[in-house]
Design a protein around this ligand. Structure first.
Ligand code: SF4
Length: 463
């Protein structure tokens, strides 16, 4: 976890209403110089200040669009020059990779990490790569391993994947990206060649996606646990034979929020409604970061955007139990209630993303106050909490991101300059494609260089 200095008591003494008013006032002062992004899992207090809401990739693409595509040369196109990302650290890294270099991406609380992303460490991934390769060669494997990483991963892991012919995926397109990998990725399969996918860091998304592709979970997937390797177990607890038989090698990471949903939560709903006509029963809708057993029992599973779309188009009178982060579910429940749709969370446990919860109004106001000082030229003032990805990690991370973007979105979203391979950070995606809550006119971004945060700089070593 990155270190975040404590805020002055003044911030903590303000009421939510006072904080909200002061944030709004600062917003007016700073005008179009900044854009605030709010991830779906944020609290309502934070979301009310967001220009855009969405999932991590959509927000990063929107950020790239809002800053005006100044390009890698310095971001001097029209648009915001500060992006305040109310999400978690890996999301701010992705936004930094997709925006021009003159744009500062700010995480209001540096301790807002993601437990899942933290479960895949670059050095451990390099070690696993070598061990898996040696074990497969020992088994006479003729083929390639292509790494795929969920976007919920560090910039260093995205770079690890990009450097080895792999791609990033989201929960919306994981199936599509895995199919691409199994076809050989960017290098078509040769006769007799086989491909295995190393899926990082979420074993559940990897397992659920494999099952959707018809891969037999028991024999066609195997878990590699780096903690077991660290404890001296060979191959992260897998055997060479299991690796040889598997199509998908699953990294042993998980989301600490989604793993709280259990099969018994679904079964309890089913039991309570066993006497009801089928059409009146509660439908269970879950995110694919949930356990395989939960997804198997659910009526529907899909990404955050899929969940939102499904609930917003649900028929009046229908009832839904949703297995994902509580703030999103409660917000959708309030919206749905106006249309006569009943939405509840699948489990009564506190299924909230505690790290994202660290972003709150006091931290947002503190960031805006510091930016105002910078803009006024106050001596000693500096842009706070800049998340800046190391150039080498950016280069290869963008390769992995662009492979995914080419597979899943119109090519114009890749923006000017051809992205990583062309040396430019990608830009594009506009408010018209989004869940925009409003957009403002552009502001000329200046050619400032981002401050390299030692902790945020995800260095990539050659393996
Ligand atoms: S909900 Fe899970 S995967 Fe998403 S940011 Fe929080 S810990 Fe990470």
């Amino acid at each position: 976890m990155l270190w975040q200095p404590a805020l002055d008591d003044d911030y903590l003494r303000l009421t939510p209403a006072e904080l909200g008013a002061r944030i709004s006032a600062r917003r007016r002062e700073l005008g179009a110089k900044l854009v605030i992004l709010g991830h779906h899992y944020q609290t309502d207090e934070v979301i009310q200040h967001a220009d855009f809401t969405g999932d991590s990739l959509k927000l990063s693409q929107l950020a790239a669009g809002q800053v005006g595509g100044g390009g890698a040369a310095g971001g001097d196109g029209d648009g915001a020059k500060y992006v305040i990302f109310c999400g978690v650290h890996f999301m701010a890294e992705t936004a930094d990779m997709l925006t021009p270099e003159g744009v500062r991406v700010i995480l209001p609380d540096m301790s807002a990490g993601c437990s899942m992303a933290d479960m895949a460490d670059y050095e451990e991934a390099v070690e696993a790569w070598g061990l898996i390769d040696a074990a497969l060669k020992g088994q006479g494997f003729k083929g390639r391993v292509i790494p795929v990483t969920y976007i919920n991963s560090t910039a260093a892991i995205k770079a690890f994947v990009g450097q080895r012919g792999g791609a990033v995926c989201t929960s919306s397109n994981a199936q599509f990206v895995m199919e691409w990998a199994l076809r050989g990725g960017d290098e078509p399969l040769k006769a007799g060649e086989r491909v295995k996918v190393l899926f990082l860091p979420d074993q559940h998304l990897g397992r659920n996606t494999s099952a959707k592709l018809g891969i037999e979970v028991a024999t066609g997937t195997v878990v590699y646990d780096p903690r077991k390797t660290a404890r001296g177990e060979p191959l992260g607890g897998a055997t060479p034979e299991q690796l040889m038989s598997a199509t998908t090698i699953l990294w042993a990471g998980h989301c600490s929020v989604h793993k709280l949903f259990k099969p018994e939560h679904v079964l309890a709903i089913r039991a309570a409604e066993a006497e009801l006509p089928r059409a009146e029963r509660t439908k269970v809708l879950v995110h694919p970061e949930c356990l395989r057993e939960v997804v198997e029992l659910a009526d529907l599973d899909g990404s955050t955007e899929f969940i939102i779309k499904t609930l917003r188009s649900a028929a009046p009178g229908s009832r839904w139990a949703v297995g994902t982060e509580v703030h999103l579910v409660m917000r959708e429940a309030a919206e749905a209630a106006k249309r006569g749709v009943s939405v509840r969370i699948l489990s009564e446990c506190q299924c909230l993303c505690t790290t994202m919860y660290r972003i709150d109004q006091p931290h947002v106001l503190w960031v805006l106050d510091e930016l105002a000082k910078v803009e006024l030229g106050v001596k000693g003032a500096r842009v706070p909490n800049v998340v800046s990805v190391h150039p080498e990690a950016r280069r290869w991370g963008l390769v992995a991101l662009e492979r995914m973007l080419r597979l899943s979105v119109p090519i114009e979203l890749l923006g000017k300059g051809g992205g990583a391979t062309g040396g430019a950070k990608a830009a594009g995606g506009g408010a018209e494609n989004s869940g925009a809550r409003g957009s403002r006119g552009g502001q000329r971004a200046r050619g400032e260089r981002p401050v390299e945060s030692a902790t945020a700089a995800a260095g990539v070593a050659e393996d």
